[in-house]
Design a protein around this ligand. Structure first.
Ligand code: ZN
Length: 443
């Protein structure tokens, strides 16, 4: 009882903070940017970038050697020429010069944390305005599906919705302030799935928010039951979305997938539009894609971003381990937001095959072509030209399935790698409830 009262207070107060006139105005302003010309968007971005750089120069001693004497039109140039690239390690190593007020947080600043799945966790301080802006950017993306406040949505992400040990339904919580059904992804297992699927069917949300892995698990559970749902849109985020996941999710949930790319550092934000293109939101941050020499590239490179809205702690030219590529041309949706290729995962998690060639996760999915009876899988690199495919076998799994998998790797992915199939009882998610389908454990 106490915990449900806590949840009422949490979602009630959050609704008061997030769903007020001021926030609606913020969203309306962001929506108006969708019809701006490319030139007008660039001008807007330069103005925000200039303000963010000026703030960094005043607040962060790390940049004290850089002159603040430059105009709005020179902002992007000065950024590239004077500001060095930095990353998570740089931030961790310089807490007194890259965090404002010599590393002492102000009480009104919120803390954002990276989950630290691939190393040390990191804290970012956020201004109240930047928190509201983030919310408005997410709602702008939702609006691309026609979704607005007052419509029903279901959420299947990492939220602790009910206690882990709970063994009877309901495995969900209804947040009546936002017409939101929160489902416990920890209970998305064979034993608890039926009541969850029934509830989703009755609730009939206009959209589902999920991690790709949780939406995929739901789709697999539906497949095993020969059932389908009709949820118009899926908003996926926080993990790479692989083609095999997208396919089954669309089949079983009956939805159009609208993927979103972002991170706790909030230095880049890309949203998939009605026509399937990933658009960098140019009014959110200033994004660069750079090659191994730190120079701009039109090929694949690392994503680097500079914040535009968090003046409590601006991040300048923050290098992510994600890689992508600019996509030339314009989109049928009419928005002048630059396009990128889908971000397929962290660089440190990419696998290499024969001769050290990087193997794209989309290619890896070919290994599973025509292979059935698998509940969950993970592909890991464990040595030079050595992979392990870990499987939680389904009821009808046989050696034949394992052989087919190995054959597929040889014929469709890479003939030169050594592959071992390892059967597991479970493949756990990270603490945040996310799942890494591809991992590189060979250092
Ligand atoms: Zn588009």
């Amino acid at each position: 009882m106490l915990s449900s009262l806590k949840k009422e207070l949490l979602y009630g107060s959050r609704a008061v903070l997030r769903d007020n006139i001021w926030n609606r105005r913020l969203l309306a302003r962001l929506r108006s940017h969708e019809t701006l010309t490319a030139e007008a968007l660039l001008a807007l971005q330069q103005k925000l970038l200039h303000a963010s750089m000026q703030k960094a120069l005043v607040a962060l001693p790390y940049y004290q050697h850089i002159s603040a004497d430059f105009g709005i039109s020179e902002a992007a140039c000065v950024l590239r020429e004077a500001f060095p690239l930095m990353d998570k390690q740089t931030l961790l190593a310089n807490p007194r010069t890259l965090y404002p007020h010599a590393g002492k947080r102000r009480p009104w600043e919120a803390i954002g944390k990276t989950s630290g799945t691939t190393g040390t966790p990191l804290s970012i301080w956020r201004s109240p305005i930047s928190v509201a802006m983030e919310n408005a950017f997410i709602k702008r993306h939702w609006s691309w599906s026609g979704f607005h406040d007052g419509m029903r949505r279901a959420t299947l992400r990492g939220d602790m919705v009910v206690p882990l040990e709970q063994a009877t339904a309901p495995y969900w919580f209804y947040n009546r302030y936002n017409q939101q059904l929160l489902l416990s992804s920890r209970h998305l297992v064979e034993r608890c799935a039926d009541p969850m699927i029934d509830m989703l069917e009755r609730f009939a949300p206009a959209m589902l928010q999920a991690y790709p892995s949780t939406a995929y698990t739901l789709a697999q559970l539906l497949e095993r039951r020969g059932r389908t749902l009709r949820i118009p849109f899926l908003f996926s985020a926080s993990e790479p979305l692989y083609p095999h996941q997208r396919k089954l999710i669309m089949e079983r949930l009956g939805c159009q997938v609208m993927d979103m790319y972002g991170m706790a550092e909030r230095v880049a934000f890309a949203t998939q539009c009605e026509y399937g293109e990933m658009h960098i939101n140019p009014d959110y941050s200033f994004v660069e894609i750079i090659d191994e020499h730190g120079l701009p590239t039109t090929g694949y490179g690392r994503v680097v971003g500079t914040t535009l809205h968090n003046l409590a702690m601006p991040l300048m030219r923050y290098q992510l381990s994600d890689q992508s590529r600019w996509k030339p041309g314009s989109c049928r949706c009419g928005r002048h937001f630059p396009m990128i290729e889908a971000v397929t995962g962290k660089l440190e998690d990419s696998l290499t095959g024969s001769g050290g060639a990087v193997v794209s996760p989309s290619v890896l999915t070919f290994a599973f072509k025509g292979v059935s009876n698998i509940e969950k899988s993970q592909v890991a690199q464990v040595g030079r030209e050595q992979w392990q495919i870990r499987l939680v076998p389904g009821a009808g799994f046989s050696e034949e399935d394992g052989r087919k998998l190995i054959d597929n790797v040889r014929t469709l992915v890479d003939p030169g790698v050594q592959v071992d199939i390892v059967l597991r009882e479970s493949l756990p998610n990270t603490e945040a409830g996310k799942f890494r389908w591809v991992v590189n454990e060979w250092k």
